[in-house]
Design a protein around this ligand. Structure first.
Ligand SMILES: NC(=O)c1ccc[n+]([C@@H]2O[C@H](COP(=O)([O-])OP(=O)(O)OC[C@H]3O[C@@H](n4cnc5c(N)ncnc54)[C@H](OP(=O)(O)O)[C@@H]3O)[C@@H](O)[C@H]2O)c1
Length: 366
């Protein structure tokens, strides 16, 4: 064998071995972290923690140390929290690639939950934007607890009086994702026609209303039992996916926002105007390639077509939260709450969300 083929073969073998080693490492699930201790004299609280990767049964309702405020921290007494698919992705450490950030083998951070609404219970000495007693909402790790610590300059904003704690908690990840996918990534402007696939879920129920508030003609996609609900949220037209495939309709859209990823990009492009935009928000579940494949295809296809096809990753942002609170206070946005669970039953809340049949938001109350 010629030397250059030998070198090529060795490099290929090295590449395969490295990919295999990475795959074995990130898919390894270790035993649980020991339960967190509580130092003598420290205040405690109830919280839901995940000491190892697994299904909802891996979530535990425990007494843990209550967080204290650093100089620029705010401690919020949680009145309501909201569940999101992000919570079960972290719970399972799936897709495995995310374990590179979330922790190899077991979660690096045992706190669970992100979206919260509540009352400021304590502030750090340098905090100027919030005072004890303020009603606030936002997102921070550890929201499935009686108290959560948030950075003053993090994703936290004042909750307006007209909005309930449950409605405000629902906004967090889901409404920010809806807003950023439509307005920022999707560039939606008044008079345009938008299709929202997955219009009855946490993100979709907000997306329908926000798209209407932005002045668009809104078409949604849901199963039969949710058609009326999506229409009541303001959609001008609703496709019942059990009866009709929207990619085979005669409509042409300026923007498609896809929370489901069940139909191919080429099918979606058929109902997208020649210079239309498509934003991929969600996709199939899976540990390995299934969730990554649609975004990869979008990135590879995008340079070769006139239509703009992109993947979005929402960023929790205090200004966007304040904008959404304003929309809600003006009566143009509501949280469509499906089910409520006590904090002790968070595992059940997540089990329900994982069915992917939620109709709007799933709320957790301490
Ligand atoms: N990129 C980001 O930054 C980002 C941020 C947030 C969420 N996400 C992702 O976005 C997706 C949606 O999140 P979510 O919070 O809205 O989830 P969710 O609340 O669990 O969504 C459930 C909804 O999906 C609908 N659905 C299921 N199959 C459908 C289909 N074939 N066609 C149309 N609708 C269908 C269901 O409606 P029916 O019962 O009527 O079928 C249900 O109402 C998830 O994959 C999530 O991981 C991404």
């Amino acid at each position: 064998m010629k030397l250059r083929y030998k070198i090529l073969n060795s490099l290929l073998a090295l590449l395969v071995a490295s990919v295999a080693a990475l795959a074995i490492t990130i898919s390894y699930t270790a035993d649980c972290e020991p339960p967190p201790g509580v130092s003598a004299g420290e205040a405690t609280m109830k919280a839901v923690v995940s000491r190892c990767y697994g299904g909802p049964e891996a979530l535990e309702y425990l007494d843990v140390e209550r967080p204290t405020a650093g100089p620029t921290d705010v401690i919020v007494e949680v009145k309501a929290a909201a569940a999101n698919p992000l919570d079960y992705h972290y719970m399972r450490g799936s897709p495995y690639l995310m374990r590179l950030g979330a922790g190899i083998g077991r979660p690096a951070d045992i706190r669970t939950g992100v979206d919260f609404a509540g009352v400021v219970a304590e502030i750090g000495e340098d905090v100027t934007k919030f005072a004890v007693g303020d009603a606030v909402f936002g997102g921070s790790n550890g929201a499935f607890a009686e108290y959560v610590r948030v950075r003053e300059n993090g994703a936290i904003t004042l909750k307006l009086d007209d909005i309930s704690f449950e409605d405000a908690a629902g906004l967090g990840i889901a409404a920010v994702t809806a807003l950023q996918s439509l307005r920022d990534d999707g560039g939606l402007v008044a008079g345009e026609k938008v299709l929202i696939n997955g219009a009855s879920g946490g993100v979709g129920t907000y997306a329908v209303q926000i798209a209407k508030a932005l002045g668009a003609e809104v078409h949604g996609v849901s199963s039969t039992r949710n058609v009326e609900m999506v229409r009541a949220l303001g959609a001008d037209h609703v496709f019942d996916y059990k009866q009709e495939d929207y990619t085979k309709s005669d409509h042409q859209y300026d923007l498609i926002v896809d929370m489901v990823g069940n139909l191919s990009l080429s099918a979606n492009r058929r109902v997208l105007k020649p210079e239309g935009r498509m934003v991929l928000v969600g996709g199939p579940k899976g540990n390995w390639i299934a969730p990554l494949w649609p975004p990869l295809k979008a990135v590879m296809l995008s340079p070769f077509v006139d239509q703009d096809i992109g993947v979005m990753l929402a960023v929790l942002d205090a200004d966007d939260l304040a904008y959404l609170a304003g929309l809600m206070a003006s009566g143009r946005l509501t949280s469509r709450i499906d089910r409520r669970f006590p904090l002790a039953d968070t595992a059940e809340a997540i089990r329900y969300l994982e069915t992917q049949r939620a109709r709007g938001k799933v709320i957790i109350t301490p």
